[in-house]
Design a protein around this ligand. Structure first.
Ligand code: PLP
Length: 456
């Protein structure tokens, strides 16, 4: 493919992408396939001779599309959203074209500098305390990670180094391995599995803090565990708080937990992977109160802020704490271009409107559920996630979800809350409108009707 063909094919691809997204709701949201479907559709080996572009593009519909779960369909309500917008996609093309591996300032100054400034822009949108903003007198700043999982791991590794250094300044004879074996990290019993994985990789103990009846960690619960561990000769050093837990979008009480972490010399990291985007709206910003006590804070613009995957924003209060490990890989893409294009083309007001619209859609779905006495809401609806279930056994709800998935008209995933099987309905696609919510609910009630008829 030379430049002339690239011009032609590139324009065709833009048309294909626009057609795909404009017509996505006509496709079944979830594939109807058995695992292993793809191997039989393509050769066992890479071609020896070049193939034509036409042949490849034909295979996109034949081989790929049947196996795609359409995350950007307005009938996709599973997991949490994966952000998508045209400005981000266009910027991603430019990122691919520049193709730099921005591991140092000299490796591509614009890559390093735009990233720093974009994280400041975003930090200011969230009204982060000044100490997190690089372009101030503070010692903090932001960096883009690939995922929230990486941000958690980096914060844990930084906290581990700091804790070892602190213990050794008091007792120089203590070896690093001796200290490491005594370090304890904490997180909520509702935290994402990536937090536990960070502790596994970081080779430190991690304890799960039980949550209250709203699935949030409170000060007393953490304090009790910390006291027990100190009495047993262990060294509490790290707490990962969650704002917007994966199962039910619960919020740990930062204003209680932050001071405790500061008193106990424990690093507090905040994982707000999904919910963080909402903090650009003044009405949701109070959920972030207490961030001033944190050492690091992270959320994924690639979930809910219209910046396509991957773009996970992380801030630290002290840049010095993570210098040496700003990130896990050496290489980094020019991801801040996506933020720059999106922030400029939507403006803060456009981004706020996106969040507010999706929260309103979740509230609309919540009202539909509440109006039907066969169902119950299982957790407070704060943002764009509704946890609900049929009043009845776990088996009944499992069967309902099985039928929903099999129908392929809408897509949801479950969670466990207090041992109960619960359906999660998350507002995901940028293009989801009220009529999609109404249609989804109609579909769920139709399947419910059939299920309950059979049960009689
Ligand atoms: N933390 C929370 C609260 C999440 O909900 C998720 C994913 O949904 C993650 C972390 C993991 O995110 P990532 O894929 O960016 O590592």
């Amino acid at each position: 493919m030379d430049a002339a063909e690239f011009r032609r094919r590139g324009k065709e691809m833009v048309d294909y992408v626009a057609d795909y997204l404009e017509n996505i709701e006509k496709r079944p949201v979830y594939p109807d396939l058995e695992p292993g479907y793809l191997r039989s559709l393509i050769p066992n080996e890479a071609p020896l001779e070049p193939e034509s572009y036409e042949d490849i593009i034909k295979d996109v519909e034949r081989v790929i599309m049947p196996g795609v779960t359409h995350w950007h369909s307005p009938y996709f309500f599973a997991y949490f959203p994966a952000a998508s917008s045209y400005p981000a996609m266009v910027a991603d093309m430019l990122c691919g074209a520049i193709g730099c591996i921005g591991f140092s300032w000299a490796a591509s100054p614009a890559c390093t500098e735009l990233e720093t400034v974009m994280l400041d822009w975003l930090g200011k949108m969230l009204q982060l305390p000044e100490c997190f903003i690089a372009g101030t007198h503070g010692r903090g700043g932001g960096v883009i990670q690939g995922t929230a999982s990486e941000a958690t791991l980096i914060s844990l590794l930084a906290a581990r180094c700091k804790a070892v250094r602190r213990v050794q300044t008091i007792n120089a004879k203590k070896s690093e391995s001796e200290i490491l074996s005594k370090l304890v990290a904490y997180t909520s019993d509702q935290a994402h599995s990536s937090v536990e994985r960070a502790a596994l990789i970081g080779a430190v103990m991690m304890r799960k803090v039980p949550t209250d009846n709203r699935y949030a960690v409170r000060r007393e619960m953490l304090k009790k565990m910390v006291e027990e561990d100190k009495a047993a000769g262990l060294i509490p050093f790290y707490f990962c708080a969650t704002l917007g837990t994966t199962p039910s979008c619960a919020f740990d009480h930062l204003t209680e937990l932050g001071p405790l972490c500061n008193e106990e010399n424990m690093w507090m990291h905040i994982d707000a992977a999904y919910a963080g985007s909402a903090f650009i709206c003044p009405e949701f910003r109070p959920l972030l109160n207490g961030v001033e006590f944190a050492d690091s804070f992270n959320f994924n613009p690639h979930k809910w802020l219209l910046v396509n995957f991957d773009c996970s924003a992380m801030w630290v209060k002290e840049r010095a704490d993570i210098i040496g490990h700003w990130q896990i890989p050496l290489g980094r893409r020019f991801r801040s271009l996506k933020m720059w294009f999106v922030f400029r083309m939507y403006g803060l007001k456009g981004l706020q409107a996106h969040i507010r619209k999706q929260v309103a859609l979740a509230k609309e779905f919540e009202s539909l559920v509440r109006a039907d006495k066969r169902f119950e809401i299982c957790a407070e609806v704060v943002l764009g996630l509704v946890c609900f279930r049929l009043k009845g056994s776990n088996e009944l709800n499992q069967e309902l979800l099985k039928r929903i998935t099999k129908s392929r008209e809408i897509h949801l995933v479950p969670c466990q809350l207090s041992g109960r099987f619960v359906l999660r309905f998350a507002i995901c696609a940028r293009t989801t409108e009220s009529h999609h919510i109404q249609q989804a609910w109609q579909h769920i009630t139709q399947l419910t009707f059939e299920l309950l008829q059979e049960a009689i």
